[in-house]
Design a protein around this ligand. Structure first.
Ligand code: ZN
Length: 317
């Protein structure tokens, strides 16, 4: 059974990726389409169906026993619906039923993209071997997921661990989610760049004002760029410390574009964590960069399909 194949879909605002994945997490077959994110819901679904059809054309399709979906959120795993912020044509969209129909009736497991990345890091990446972990994606947004007691903890609707929208600044700036001072409002890539620009940082001749450009400036010692990353690091540290204090995680794994900033992020983050994670049972908490690359969403969706297929933690999730 362990070498049986599952199918995986990673659905985001820019692309719909699909793969056949074996029981060791190795990707055997791939398919991909751009997400027609501005189009109506049925047009987006046709792109998903094309990816599924391309996978189904593989001679290995007959061995596929289940399909896992990691989707941009919010998702509602209990209802089998998705409402991705960046795909307005899908609101309460019955993705699980539609994908099941497209596959001729395979079992379908749905999880949010943050939870999918957590499943991948726990199965094969930086959280491997950890019984209690928080995995985060710090990028255009800030998402995440939890492993508790050695198992993935998606929560009833598949959104548990969504650390980007817990408040770490009570009177802070309004967040698009409706709350104030959210981790995402302070630590996401666009917010790191905005804060640096507001404080007088200016891009180089290439005009690049991304968080990656701010990270490069911070590495050169630009004090405004350094300060913007330090502020992001404090927000992340406060959110991670709160999570650790609530549920006793022992590692926080950070991926996504901002997670690739390296020491510019991780040095102030480890320092700030010592300020916020103060109780005896959270002092051993460590932070580590993510190890899974761009396939994390697919591998995590496959892990969910394997776990769902057997009803137990087949893939260590
Ligand atoms: Zn928010």
């Amino acid at each position: 059974m362990h070498n049986d194949l599952v199918a995986a879909l990673d659905i985001g605002g820019t692309k719909i990726a699909g793969a056949l994945v074996d029981g060791h997490g190795t990707i055997a077959v791939r398919a991909q389409r751009p997400t027609p994110a501005k189009e109506d819901g049925e047009t987006v679904m046709r792109a998903v169906e094309e990816v599924v059809q391309e996978l189904a054309a593989s001679p290995s399709w007959g061995r596929v026993s289940a399909l896992g979906i990691g989707s941009a959120g919010p998702v509602d795993a209990s209802a089998g619906t998705v409402s991705p912020v960046n795909v307005p044509g899908w609101r309460g969209y019955p993705l699980v039923r539609r994908v099941r129909e497209a596959t001729g009736g395979l079992p379908v497991e749905l999880i949010g993209d943050g939870v999918a990345i957590t499943a991948a890091e726990h199965w094969q990446g930086a959280a491997q071997g950890h019984e209690n972990a928080l995995c985060m994606v710090v990028s255009t947004g800030v998402g995440g997921g939890l492993v508790l007691g050695g198992r993935l903890h998606p929560g009833p609707t598949g959104n548990a661990g969504h650390i980007g929208h817990i408040s770490v600044d009570l009177d802070g700036d309004l967040c698009p989610c409706g709350s104030r001072g959210c981790v995402e409002r302070i630590a996401s890539g666009p917010n790191i760049a905005r804060r640096a620009l507001d404080a007088g940082w200016r891009p180089g001749p290439d005009g690049d004002t991304s968080a990656a450009a701010v990270a490069a400036a911070a590495r050169e010692g630009d004090p405004v760029a350094v300060a913007s990353f330090e502020r992001a690091a404090r927000a992340l540290a406060a959110g991670i410390a709160a999570t650790a204090t609530l549920v006793e995680i022992d590692i926080a794994v950070i991926g996504g574009g901002v997670g690739k900033a390296g020491d510019v992020l991780f040095t102030p983050l480890r320092k700030a964590l010592a300020d916020y994670a103060t109780l005896s049972f959270v002092r051993r908490l460590t932070v580590a960069p993510a190890r899974m690359g761009t396939d994390a969403g697919l591998v995590g969706a496959a892990a969910a399909a394997l776990a769902g297929r057997t009803g137990v933690a087949a893939a260590g999730v």
